[in-house]
Design a protein around this ligand. Structure first.
Ligand code: PLP
Length: 409
């Protein structure tokens, strides 16, 4: 009987090996647990992996989005300007626009990709639109060619939310490297985890100092000691300020920043995982291919994530959405799976019409039919690097059994 299976097949996974333990121990021995040389090493690994000049580690993916948007304020984006994003998204992407004093504007998603529908973007562009956030949901790449063309024609910044997509590629290029900024989350459910954590990457070095200043209260000093924080040295420019009463540069602030630094313990976990990143991504991708194959016959009942020829997906999970004409409630299948040890999550929902937090914007239910359908009928299961073929076969068997029980097989 399925219920005898003790193992729980989780959405996310935590991998803490010898290497991370040694680094954590070293941080303890050095009495250095706030941001330091391990945070910088983690950033270097992200820079090397993505082939970019600058990665800035922060305390969450939400902070990564918020700081990326705030940095654009130094490049002509003004308070109240509009940020276009998909209606189906994790809530924090909309929250980050609000935290940065910008206005989120929502676009419905494509039913097959679960991502922003490029055909619907242009009708939402106004003279206040300045930024486009094409979230790569569940690790699936957005049609970046279309998005970049629209952004170029309309003079918009692209901030790629790749929080769920570390290692995914669009036409061979890593996600996060197309926009002015790419953002990542290292929360436990994500591709790699530092417990809590995030990062911003950019190929534009002009932003390096701005991002580092914003994550640390808006500090003025751009020297290695203050910004890279690699060790507890003394700032060589400490008393260089000549501005009225202020002379100590470490406590002199240029902009309104955030308190969003990563710490050494988180970075230690991140270093170990970035050193094994190719293995992690390969395994997740193999799991997606295998699970897609053994669930293919259920395509008439559910829409599932598919990898197209121009993509390489490093998946967060395997999303499935029950088709509208199939007489099955999401709660039934979700409960069936949970009782059998298969963890599930709902597929987020339409932020403007299915979450009370955004009702104040006044959108009518029905305005985002695809996002709402996915929000009503979708769920996902894990396919992370510690899930093996046997686990995937078990998940597929449970799902097949459920449809049989409902007389649909
Ligand atoms: C697409 C997306 N963006 C941003 C975030 C925010 O990341 P965090 O939870 O690290 O703040 C998440 C979190 O799950 C996410 O899924």
């Amino acid at each position: 009987m399925k219920t005898s299976k003790k193992k729980r097949i989780t959405i996310g996974t935590v991998n803490i090996g010898e290497r991370a333990r040694e680094l954590v121990e070293d941080a303890f021995l050095r009495n250095r647990i706030s941001s330091g040389r391990y945070v910088r090493r983690f950033e270097e690994l992200l820079e090397e992996f993505h082939g970019v000049k600058c990665a800035v580690a922060v305390s969450s993916g939400t902070d990564a989005d918020t700081i990326a948007l705030s940095a654009l304020k130094e490049d002509g984006v003004n308070e109240g300007d509009e940020v276009i994003m998909p209606a189906l998204n994790f809530i924090s992407v909309a929250n980050s626009a609000i935290h940065a004093h910008l206005k989120p504007v929502f676009v419905d998603v494509d039913r097959k990709t679960f991502n922003i529908d490029p055909d619907l973007i242009e009708e939402k562009i106004t003279n206040r639109t300045r930024v486009l956030i094409p979230t790569h949901l569940f690790g699936k790449p957005v049609d970046m060619k279309r998005v970049l063309d629209i952004a170029e024609e309309n003079d918009l910044f692209v901030v790629e939310d790749a929080c769920e997509a570390l290692g995914s590629r669009y036409k061979g290029e890593l996600l996060g490297t197309f926009g002015i900024f790419g953002t990542f989350s290292f929360y436990v459910a994500h591709i790699i985890t530092t417990g809590e954590g995030g990062a911003i990457i950019t190929g534009d070095n002009r932003y390096d100092g701005i991002l580092r200043s914003l994550r640390s209260h808006g500090r003025a000093c751009a020297c290695k000691v203050c910004q890279l924080n690699v060790d507890s040295g003394e700032c060589p420019y400490r008393f260089d300020v000549e501005d009225g009463d202020m002379e100590d540069k470490r406590f002199y602030f240029l902009r309104i920043g955030y308190s969003a630094k990563m710490n050494e313990i988180e970075a230690a976990l991140g270093i170990e995982q970035m050193e094994k990143i190719e293995e992690v991504i390969t395994k997740r991708n193999e799991n997606l291919t295998y699970l897609s194959g053994i669930l293919e016959d259920l395509g008439e009942y559910m829409v599932m994530m598919r990898q197209e020829a121009h993509e390489f997906i490093s998946p967060l999970c395997m999303p499935m959405v029950i088709r509208e004409d199939v007489p099955i409630e999401r709660a039934d299948i979700v409960n069936y799976l949970e009782e059998r040890g298969v963890e599930t999550r709902p597929t987020f929902g339409s932020i403007p019409t299915q979450h009370p937090a955004y009702r104040f914007l006044g959108y009518e239910y029905g305005s985002f039919p695809n996002a709402e359908w996915i929000g009503r009928k979708g769920f996902y299961v894990g396919i992370h690097q510690n899930i093996d073929k046997g686990d995937l076969e078990y998940i597929a068997e449970c799902i097949h059994d459920f449809f049989k029980l409902k007389g649909l097989r």
